[in-house]
Design a protein around this ligand. Structure first.
Ligand code: PEP
Ligand code: MG
Length: 869
């Protein structure tokens, strides 16, 4: 078994074994870039260690020793030697980046002897003792679980005793004294002295990093990002280079393009004379990378060159960590940069325009769920004019949100569980805060830059964030935040604009934001590649316009009942429902027909030549009945009836189980005049628009809901065809049309080949089909589905993600049966799952011709289909 692989042996493809960091360090080594030498302990070693299965610690230690010896030959330094000691960093690195979730130890190899060697080598005892105390602190925390604050408290105490404000005021002897204090803390808490043997340090450190795979914050992060627990982490051992080695040293993080906006050009930050995680942790506020050009022009130019090279090599925006040691640049990490949805779309478009990737590759790179983030909320511009600014900071993650402020993750979580909208405000966040960040509408920090923990994590989650609001004094202990003389307390409302970096007092209403242009470009590319169409579930002019703008190929479901809820219309509807004879039925029906015609004309005009599927009336009639006493009296007066007569009719219409009752096509079996009126309205308006627009290609698709048998379909079809023929005769004009049905009753799926003899097209209504297949009421199942999920009896809510095994199986049977009778007949899906990327992948596989979903879900649906095509 080989547990260890040298950087010079691996490659970027080996992410499973080497983790993302290790694989990319190997790749950069292969490209002969300035990477400090080192090796990776594989994820396999971690998994074996965690399971203690086949794990041989002697073998691992032997391999580690061999690789350290090989590093010693390359660096001409010795691990544990009194003169010029080799020091290493120990960093975790799993397949998927989990920023800050697991542990890191720097300066490993230092002890009471080697620290003297480091002083002799560098001539800088202040630096050497600072490194040693950092090792004690990190090692104590990671390996022995000693609270970091125990060390920090002593540092603060020492500084205040000596009237120092900044760490930079600490001299060599100060750090040396602190090293002794830290060693005492170590002994007191862990009941053992700090290990002086560097190999013992290394073994303990590696095992601690292995274990950190299972710490609480790492587990929470994995749950949140759907990362499997079974991957394990690799551990990278690398020669230390020092960014805290005086004013010609520093450390930083930079993106090759802006991760928030997608703007081209290097974007990042650095800290002079700082080590390791200082930038990411947001403990000091760093300088923008452009300032490096003034301070160290040569290093800056070299960094630009190398970052360009890396971006071209990986063909994607890179997130690069670097360290400058005494004027020499080292690369410590590169990876594809995490970015906002806006940045992801923009970078893809740029890379295609620059010829680096193809359109097809661009489409594959975009996660369809990002579309939601792209259309981020923004504050109502009018309300913003009057809003009072509390403070300003860095626009770390775009969006707009209002909520009540909380100063700890724990309080934020508690308040959110009580149903409050919360905003987490802290000096800086750390990985421990993840549970509070997840529930927050927005995150605000007073320290840290654009690449701080808060900024990176918020962007990843699509949560709006303002970081580095230095003018705000955040007192986490007193639970208050003060800026410019104004103090806010826990529970006070604020509004956060992550796009501009502004924080306002109080709540401000927000509206959905839009990045239509970028979205349009990618959607157009995706449409070229998509093998099936995406249509919209829409009936109002505004929704139809939105749907068309977002890429809909037509309307796949216009629910006509949605057109009956206006004040005037519902009144006619009620009159129709109350009718006791043909005469009193026809007057309101004729009135309703005029309303319907008006709507259909608008629809056909907006859609031009695009397809339009109109579904005839579906819900139980009682949904339209008056609810309040006032409405009942009004209806009684208008129809010259008594209140009692109306109440009597309402009682007559009452059903024990309306979802399974008198609804859908059953309404037309008992009262065919309703569908006849609707069909006449559809056909007449199609003829009128065809004449008016000189457009003869309107082919209305009339869809009958809730069909369960061939007999129902034949009976209704015959009547509707007759009505249509009468119109053609009267108008002396014939237009093409189709009459189809929904597949939303299990029986219809099982007899679909028979129904196909009477239907011109089909559309699966997965909402009702799921309800009837599972026997879960679609209106009431929210009460228990959560419990099913908690008890792992259900993986997903089947109304959100298709139940492939049951409902999906019925659908597959239906598709196969229909195709046997007519291979060309169009079959679509218009239930909720039609807009869900996960379900779309399955629906495409069973061979549907199109899906139809609500307008805002259209771009994600098109993208998903393109990715699967
Ligand atoms: C369905 O049942 O999936 C459907 C689209 O119809 P509705 O939601 O209107 O019942
Ligand atoms: Mg339905």
């Amino acid at each position: 078994m080989r547990y260890v692989i040298d950087f010079s042996e691996g490659s970027k493809e080996q992410v499973d074994l080497l983790g993302g960091k290790g694989a990319n360090l190997a790749e950069m080594t292969k490209l002969a870039l300035p990477v400090p030498t080192g090796f990776t302990i594989t994820t396999r070693a971690c998994l074996d260690y965690l399971q203690k299965k086949e794990f041989d610690s002697n073998e691992l230690n032997m391999e580690i020793r061999q690789h350290i010896e090989s590093m010693e030959r390359r660096t001409k330094k010795k691990f544990g030697a009194a003169a010029d000691p080799l020091l290493v960093s120990v960093r975790s690195g799993s397949k998927f980046s989990m920023p800050g979730m697991m542990d890191t130890i720097l300066n490993l190899g230092l002890n009471d002897e080697t620290v003297i060697g480091l002083i002799q080598k560098t001539g800088d005892s202040r630096f050497a003792y600072d490194c040693y105390r950092r090792l004690l602190q990190m090692f104590g925390d990671v390996v022995c679980g000693i609270d970091k604050n125990r060390f920090e408290e002593q540092l603060d105490f020492y500084k205040s005793k000596n009237k120092y404000v900044l760490d930079t005021e600490m001299q060599a002897e100060d750090w040396q004294k602190l090293v002794a204090v830290y060693k005492d803390i170590f002994l007191e808490v862990s009941h053992q002295p700090f290990p002086q043997d560097p190999y013992e340090q290394l073994t303990l450190a590696v095992e601690a990093v292995f274990r950190s795979w299972n710490n609480r914050r790492a587990i929470t992060y994995r749950r949140l990002h759907n990362i499997s627990d079974s991957l394990g982490t690799a551990v990278n051992i690398q020669e230390m280079v020092f960014g805290n080695f005086g004013s010609k040293s520093g450390t930083g993080v930079a993106f090759t393009r802006n991760p928030a906006t997608g703007e081209k050009g290097i974007f990042g930050e650095f800290l002079l004379n700082a080590q390791g995680e200082d930038v990411v942790a947001g403990i000091r506020t760093p300088q923008p990378i452009s300032e490096l050009e003034l301070l160290m022009p040569k290093v800056y130019q070299e960094f630009l060159k190398l970052s360009g090279l890396l971006e071209n090599h990986y063909k994607d925006m890179q997130d690069i960590e670097f360290t400058i040691e005494n004027g020499k640049l080292y690369l410590l990490q590169t990876r594809n940069g995490k970015r906002t949805a806006k940045s992801a779309f923009k970078v893809c478009i740029q890379l295609v325009e620059e010829g680096i990737i193809s359109k097809k590759e661009a489409i594959q790179r975009i996660n369809p769920t990002m579309v939601t983030q792209l259309l981020h909320p923004v504050f109502e511009p009018e309300c913003l004019k009057e809003a009072a600014i509390f403070a300003k900071g860095l626009p770390a993650s775009p969006g707009a949100a209002s909520g009540n402020i909380y100063f700890t993750a724990e309080q934020a979580k508690k308040a959110s569980e009580q149903g409050e909208k919360v905003i987490l405000i802290r000096q800086e966040t750390s990985p421990e805060d993840i549970e509070g960040m997840v529930v927050s509408e927005a995150i605000v920090t007073s320290r840290g830059g654009m690449t701080s923990h808060a900024a990176v994590v918020a962007r990843g989650m699509g949560v709006c964030c303002v970081a580095g609001c230095e003018e705000v004094y955040v007192d986490e202990f007193l639970e208050q935040a003060t800026a410019d003389g104004v103090t806010l307390h826990q529970g006070d409302p604020i509004s956060v604009d992550g796009t501009t970096g502004t924080i306002y007092k109080g709540s401000i209403p927000y509206v959905q934001g839009d990045e239509w242009q970028v979205l349009e470009i990618i959607t157009d590319w995706a449409k070229e590649a998509a093998s099936i169409d995406v249509k919209a579930n829409a009936e109002t002019p505004a929704d139809i316009e939105t749907a068309l703008k977002l890429g809909a190929e037509g309307i796949g479901l216009a629910r006509t009942e949605h057109m009956f809820f206006g004040e005037e219309r519902i009144f006619e509807m009620r009159k129709m429902i109350l009718a006791e004879n043909e005469e009193s039925l026809m007057a309101p029906l004729n009135q309703l027909k005029e309303f319907q015609k008006e709507d259909f004309r608008t629809m056909f005009t907006l859609l031009k030549n695009k397809s339009c599927t109109i579904r005839l009336l579906d819900p139980p009639l009682h949904e339209f009945l008056p609810q309040t006493e006032e409405e009942i009296i009004h209806l009684a007066n208008a129809t010259k009836r008594t209140k009692e007569q109306i109440n009597h009719r309402i009682a007559e219409l009452h059903e024990q189980n309306p979802m399974l009752g008198h609804r859908g096509c059953r309404l037309a079996i008992t009262t065919p005049q309703i569908y006849e009126m609707q069909v006449a309205a559809i056909i007449e308006s199609a003829i009128e628009v065809s004449q008016h627009e000189g457009n003869s290609t309107i082919v209305p698709e009339i869809m009958i809901p809730l069909i369960g048998s061939q007999e129902e379909m034949l009976w209704l079809r015959e009547r509707l065809v007759r009505t249509i023929q009468e119109i053609f005769d009267e108008k002396e004009q014939v237009i093409p049309y189709k009459i189809g049905t929904m597949l939303e009753i299990p029986r219809a799926c099982l007899t679909a080949e028979k129904i196909a003899e009477a239907a011109d097209f089909f559309s699966f209504g997965t909402n009702d089909l799921t309800q009837l297949t599972y026997g879960f009421s679609r209106d009431d199942s929210v009460k228990f589905i959560g419990a099913y999920q908690d008890k792992q009896l259900l993986k997903n809510d089947p109304f959100q993600h298709i139940d492939e095994e049951g409902v999906g199986m019925l659908m597959k049977i239906a598709v196969d049966k229909i195709r046997e009778v007519d291979p060309t007949i169009k079959i679509g899906v218009c239930g909720e799952v039609g807009g869900d990327p996960q379900s779309i992948r399955f629906l495409k596989k069973i061979g549907v011709d199109y899906i139809s979903c609500s307008p805002y879900r259209i771009p994600a649906a098109i993208l998903t289909i393109a990715q699967e095509s």
